[in-house]
Design a protein around this ligand. Structure first.
Ligand code: NOJ
Ligand code: MG
Length: 595
């Protein structure tokens, strides 16, 4: 698109405090402005036809990623695992699960990505292991108080018979966070009797026992795991539950609420709450004695030192549901991690003032510690933003959508998702994309409950739909069985019929397709250096309830979030998320212009 439009809303000078972030052309590490694409291996592409995505499937589709123009790939876990939580239950941190291939397949995929100029980040799951991990099996076969038990968090129960959990903590997936051992069991091949059985802590599923990070062996083991993958040549790690590894001394009771995605839902039709916190808090923080304890930071300082021994700016990205943003910024101090997902941004309603508030607070907090902001709109744990932004009710971020729930407006959701993505990609910092968002893919919102696999669905007795709807296998070819997910047409979760319309092959080279919009956005972002630019709010929209507008290195980004069209500023249109109406910007549309 290259239209020049004459109308300008104002000639008023920018006010100084409209500048919320100053850019820099100084030499920098690659991750500071990288666009990183999340591959969820079981749902990306299936190489062997068993209906489950795998590493050879990823290798075969690397050119899709190169064409898109991303800088790096983050792979969710592919390690040996009984798959009780889709691989976030690791039984062996140094091997590939046969479901996904072999270590040789991994090496080939890594080399293929590097040859194409893309880096690779792998997932590290240090808060808990699988109950099938050798350490946990040894702990089950050992006595209370033994060194084997000391690597996990075993405790005697409360009450005279020890049959009440050691404290009142709830699992993030629902139910108690403690499970009691059997009085007699066969663990690690040995029959074992424990007349007064202990309990073990699991912040997630009972198959995911929490490690005790006060134990030096735990610390040493994970440093070694880091080295194993660094030696293979990976470029970094996404750290699972980075805010949960250290628990408050004494494991005190907690009367607050825990959930995967914290806080209440925003209502995208509600006027913004004028009293909303200026620190950008949106309810995206997990709280309580199991989260964000000061002791976690020493772990990241140690890991930072390990990574620093390797050349090539390897990085650590924190999955930490922590608020306020100033508290999250502590994870990315100069000697700790390098990035932390900005979930406050992800959980912000489609509301101009709320978005400006969270964006400003993010730069304020991260600039203070010299870290980039790390934007994200979708991942494998939340309802895809193409659906979230089209939901009819106040619940813009439920934990999944049931077939019996009010259904999203697909067209509105896609329109807003494209606008939200262009807004995000226009901002300085790093950005994460979740596989399929470059196709505009919606959530599967009518999955039959019988096929659901998320432990969060079962542990809440079916009260929460869970995360399966955002994990449905990708559509690659509209005309093929399983929309080209793999050679047999099998898919581990059923795909909705609508996925035909989103298949990658219907979008390649098609002007106006979501894939081509993302591709163009990444190209402009790179050419203009937007990732390391600055951000200044643009008049007359500095306080607008309808519009978010800013300049970044001479590129003007305007997002219209409300129903009435607004006049476009002067400039050459570089990109737009939807059709422009003459010299106006329609509702739920973002435009990039050269001023
Ligand atoms: C966060 C991961 O993203 C999620 O998928 C997983 O269930 C939990 N951590 C537990 O590992
Ligand atoms: Mg397979």
């Amino acid at each position: 698109m290259a239209t020049t439009v004459p109308t300008t809303p104002t000639d008023a000078p920018l006010t100084a405090d409209a500048t919320v972030h100053v850019g820099s052309d100084a030499a920098r590490e690659w991750w500071r402005d990288a666009v990183i694409y999340q591959v969820y291996p079981r749902s990306f592409a299936d190489g062997d036809g068993d209906g489950i995505g795998d590493i050879p499937g990823i290798t075969a589709r690397l050119d899709h990623l190169r064409t898109l123009g991303i800088d790096a790939v983050w792979l969710s876990p592919f390690y040996r695992s009984p798959q009780k939580d889709a691989g976030y239950d690791v039984a062996d941190y140094r091997d590939v699960d046969p479901l996904f291939g072999t270590l040789a397949d991994f090496d080939e995929m890594l080399a293929g990505a590097h040859e194409r100029g893309m880096r690779v980040i792998v997932d590290l799951v240090p808060n808990h292991t699988s109950d099938q991990h050798a350490w946990f099996q040894q702990a089950l076969a050992a006595a209370p108080g033994s060194p084997e038990r000391a690597r996990y968090i075993f405790r005697d129960g409360r009450g005279p018979a020890g049959d009440e959990p050691p404290n009142n903590w709830q699992s993030i997936f629902g139910g108690a966070a403690w499970t009691r051992l059997e009085a007699s069991s066969t663990a690690d091949g040995d029959a074992f009797d424990e007349p007064n059985p202990q309990w073990y802590l699991h912040l997630f599923d009972s198959s995911q026992p929490d490690l005790d990070w006060n134990h030096p062996e735990v610390r040493a083991e994970f440093e070694d795991v880091l080295r194993f993958w660094l030696d293979k040549g990976v470029d970094g790690f996404r750290v699972d539950v980075a805010h949960g590894m250290v628990k408050a001394d004494g494991l005190p009771d907690w009367h607050g609420h825990v959930s995967m995605v914290e806080g209440s839902s925003g209502d995208d039709e509600q006027p913004t709450d004028p009293g909303a916190p200026e620190d950008g808090s949106t309810g995206a923080g997990n709280q309580g004695p199991m989260f964000d304890q000061d002791g976690v930071h020493e772990i990241y300082r140690a890991w930072h030192r390990v990574l620093a021994e390797y050349e090539g700016d390897r990085c650590l990205v924190a999955e930490a549901w922590v608020e306020p943003l100033s508290r999250l910024a502590r994870y990315v101090r100069p000697d700790e991690m390098h990035q932390a997902f900005n979930f406050s941004f992800l959980t912000t309603a489609w509301d101009a003032a709320a978005l400006r508030r969270v964006v400003a607070a993010s730069y304020r907090a991260n600039d203070e510690v010299g870290a980039p902001t790390t934007w994200v709109l979708s991942n494998h744990d939340v309802v895809r933003h193409a659906t979230r932004l089209g939901l009819p009710t106040a619940g813009v971020r439920p934990n999944g959508v049931f077939a019996t729930d009010p259904q999203p407006d697909e067209e509105l959701g896609l329109r807003r998702a494209r606008a939200a993505s262009l807004l995000m990609l226009g901002m300085p910092g790093s950005a994460y994309l979740y596989q399929g968002e470059e196709l505009g893919l919606p959530e599967h919102t009518t999955l039959p409950n019988e096929v659901r696999q998320d432990p969060g669905h079962f542990r809440t007795d079916g009260a929460e739909a869970g995360r399966d709807g955002c994990r449905v296998p990708l559509p690659w070819e509209a005309a093929a069985a399983g929309y080209g997910f793999g050679p047999t047409g099998d898919t581990w979760l059923p795909q909705p019929e609508s996925y035909r319309r989103y298949a990658a092959d219907t979008q390649y080279g098609v002007a106006g397709s979501t894939f081509e919009m993302y591709r163009a956005a990444l190209a402009v972002r790179r050419a203009e250096g937007l990732g390391h630019g600055g951000l200044t709010w643009l008049d007359p929209w500095v306080d607008s309830p309808d519009v978010v507008a800013f300049t970044n290195r001479g590129v003007v980004v305007v997002a219209n979030l409300r129903s009435a069209p607004v006049p476009l500023p002067d400039g050459e249109v570089l990109l737009a998320s939807g059709e422009l109406a003459g010299t106006t910007l329609p509702a739920d549309t973002t435009v990039w212009l050269r001023a």
